[in-house]
Structures are given as C-alpha cells and as structure tokens.
Ligand binder design. Structure first.
Ligand code: GTP
Ligand code: MG
Length: 370
C-alpha cells in the first residue's frame, strides 16, 4: 500500500519535490508530487538521498510511548485523582465548589474561577487532592472507551431526599467497569425528613454495601450548601488514597491523558491534560493523540502560568498543532523528528480507518442497490 506522497517525502528529507520526482523517474517510477508511493520505493529514494531509514511500526510507536518501566525506588507518592459522579441535581457541582473553598492555599480572590474541568486543592492536612469534573458521564465513558484510566476513585453523590436514581446506577456501573473504589457522599442531609436508611438499602440493592451495613464502602453524610462534614469527606478520600498507595516517578518525560480540548480564538488549540507520570515542562515537545507541538505555556486551574506540572496535576497546555480528542494520551518526546514520526504514523492510521469505513459503507450501499 502507498504510504507517503512524493511531496511529504521531499519535505521530510528537506529536498525539492522535483528532485524526488526525478529520482523516482530514474528508478522507473512515474509519479507526480501529489501521488503516493509505497514504503519500499520511499525507502529506496531516501537512501538515494543519503538518508538512513528507520521504519516505525505500531509496536515501535507504542514501545516508544510506554518508555522504560519505573523502578520501585524511582516512585514517589502522588496526590489522588478523584471523579465526582451522581444523578442530575444531586449536588455534584455544589459539592465540588464547597470542597474547593477548603483549599488552604487560598489562591482565589473571591468566587469560583474554574478555568478548566479539573483542579487540585491543598487541604489543611497538607495533602493535595485532584478533582475531575465530568459534565454528564459522556466524557468519562469516552475516556474509558479509549482505554484511558485517569481516576483513582469515584465519589458517588446521592441526594438524601431523592435516593438512588438512574444516573446513580450508571455511575456505579462506571466505577465498577473502571475497577476503582467508590466513596458514597450522601448529600443534602440538611433537608427535612431525609431517610438515610432508605438510601443505604437502595445502594445495597445495587451491591454497594456501606460500612454501617457491614460493607467496605465509606459513607459520608454531607451538606454541600451548609458545608457540613466536608472535612470528613476529605479524610475518607485521603484514607482511600493511602490504601491505594498511589505513586509515580516525577523524574522522567511526562505522560498523561487529555481530559478535554478546544480551539480557542486567540490562543489556538488548548488541551486540558492530567499529568500521570513524569514532569511536564514548558518547552517540552509533546505528542497528544495525532497532534504534536512544543508546549508554549502551562496554565493551572486558576489561570496561573506554571513552568512545570507533576504527576496528578491537571493543567492547560498551549502550543499543539491541533485539537486532540478527550481520552487521548499525551507524551513528551525527545525531539521534533520523533514527534513528527509518531503523529504522521497516527494520522495515517486514522486516514486508513476512515478509508476502510468508507469502503465498508460503499459495500453496504452496493448491497442495497443490488
Ligand atoms: P447537574 O450538574 O445538573 O447534574 O446537577 P448537580 O449534581 O451538579 O447539582 P447542583 O450542585 O447543581 O445542585 C442542584 C441543586 O441542589 C441546587 O439548587 C443546589 O443548591 C441544591 N443543593 C446542592 N447541595 C445541596 C445541599 O447540600 N443541601 C440542599 N438543601 N440543597 C443542595
Ligand atoms: Mg453540575
């Protein structure tokens, strides 16, 4: 199969396309600059131009991205990444806002200025916790569909006056499928006549057994609006994090997951990423999905520019060539050549998929016409 256009090949060799056409002609291949040629022919031409060719296969790319495994000594504790889920109106956003006010760093000058759908707070004990806000469950689902695992635990918000509802059940399923532990936050306990036993029984019906019923799921009763028991919820999160013994090596090239991305009019492609390994530094060359770029700026959840971001830190990055999809992985690579190799490989894969899908669609259309 043809893998590269004459123009692309010329670009990569920093040669004139006309020269490549001539070289091909000498080899008995007639091609215009927009035509594609196969890998063997491209390799011959490249060798002719004095280049050493290294073909990359899928496994090379994946190996390259996996990098070397970290030794036990290289691992250092990292903050937990917590996703808040639950039924509509059960108080997820209110709870996130309330928790954010417990940030002792007190960086905010009034109000909640959440630039990105994820943020890190430092709690009075000195521990840090990263919260991810997944609007609806779609983002979470699409991330899991791409095989991305970003969350260490789920806080399931259940309104005491409403109990277990359809999206509560969905959230339970998500947490289970992701194989992450769950903490139940029974919210709105300030309301009149709430029946906590009923909530526990409903959870039990979905095999979520809270501690008071002899299970191992921590249950915290909170009121987001009154600020009740937020400290207890944070304690439960820290306890769960200790059990999980979360670690990562901060001293390596950064790797992580794209949480969301957008094309900003003034700033260009903006990706919100979660660093999961290593330290992401300004100036790093990163590949995110099928896009790449030099990290021009790293911005935290308060809109403050940073020079670097460590494991479990959610940040916005600027400088990518395009907008990567949510759930795509990103990785810092050694140089631009490597970044180009990987992204071109991925873009080609993506194009092949589209072509294959179009072929399949044509097939079905022909079947219908036959
Ligand atoms: P969606 O994002 O639409 O799924 O809703 P949500 O889960 O984020 O709920 P949100 O935080 O927007 O709260 C929904 C309503 O419940 C708002 O009117 C809140 O003021 C109210 N609410 C949230 N927490 C509490 C609480 O602890 N007590 C009481 N009484 N009301 C609450
Ligand atoms: Mg909300």
């Amino acid at each position: 199969p043809d893998v590269i256009t004459v123009q692309e090949l010329a670009n990569r060799m920093a040669a004139r396309a006309g020269e490549v056409v001539k070289a091909l002609f000498r080899m008995g291949v007639m091609a215009t600059i927009t035509q594609s040629i196969d890998a063997d022919t491209a390799e011959l031409v490249a060798t002719e131009f004095g280049h050493r060719v290294r073909r990359i296969s899928e496994s090379d790319v994946e190996q390259g991205l996996e990098g070397e495994a970290d030794t036990e000594e290289a691992l250092e504790p990292r903050p937990p990444v917590v996703t808040i889920m639950g039924h509509v109106d059960h108080g997820k956003t209110s709870l996130l806002d309330a928790l954010r006010k417990t940030d002792v760093a007190g960086r905010e000058a009034g109000g909640i200025t959440q630039h990105i759908g994820a943020y890190m707070i430092q709690i009075p004990s000195g521990d840090r916790v990263t919260f991810i806000d997944t609007p609806g469950h779609e983002a979470f689902t699409s991330m899991r569909a791409r095989g991305a695992s970003v969350t260490d635990m789920v806080v399931l918000v259940v309104a005491a006056d409403d109990g277990v509802m359809p999206q509560t059940i969905e959230a339970i399923r998500h947490a289970r499928a992701a194989a992450v532990p769950m903490i139940v936050a029974v919210n709105k306990i300030d309301k009149q006549g709430v029946n906590l036993d009923r909530v526990r029984q409903e959870l039990l019906q979905h095999e979520v057994v809270v501690e008071s019923l002899g299970g191992d799921v921590q249950e915290i009763q909170v009121s987001a609006t009154k600020g009740t028991n937020l400290d207890k919820l944070l304690e439960a999160i820290i306890l769960q994090a200790e059990i999980l013994d979360l670690k990562a090596n901060p001293n390596r090239a950064a790797e992580g997951t794209v949480l969301e991305s957008k094309l900003d009019k003034g700033r260009g492609p903006v990706a919100t990423v979660l660093v999961q390994k290593g330290t992401l530094n300004q100036g790093d060359i990163v590949v995110a999905g099928a896009e790449w770029g030099r990290v021009r700026a790293i911005i935290d959840d308060m809109g403050i520019p940073l020079t670097g971001a460590e494991p479990s830190e959610p940040v916005e990055i600027l400088g990518l060539s395009g907008v990567p999809g949510a759930g795509e992985t990103f990785v810092a690579v050694e140089d631009e050549t490597r970044a180009r190799e990987i992204t071109e490989f991925r873009q080609r894969k993506a194009r092949e998929k589209v072509t294959a899908a179009a072929g399949a669609a044509r097939g079905t259309l022909n079947d219908m016409l036959a």
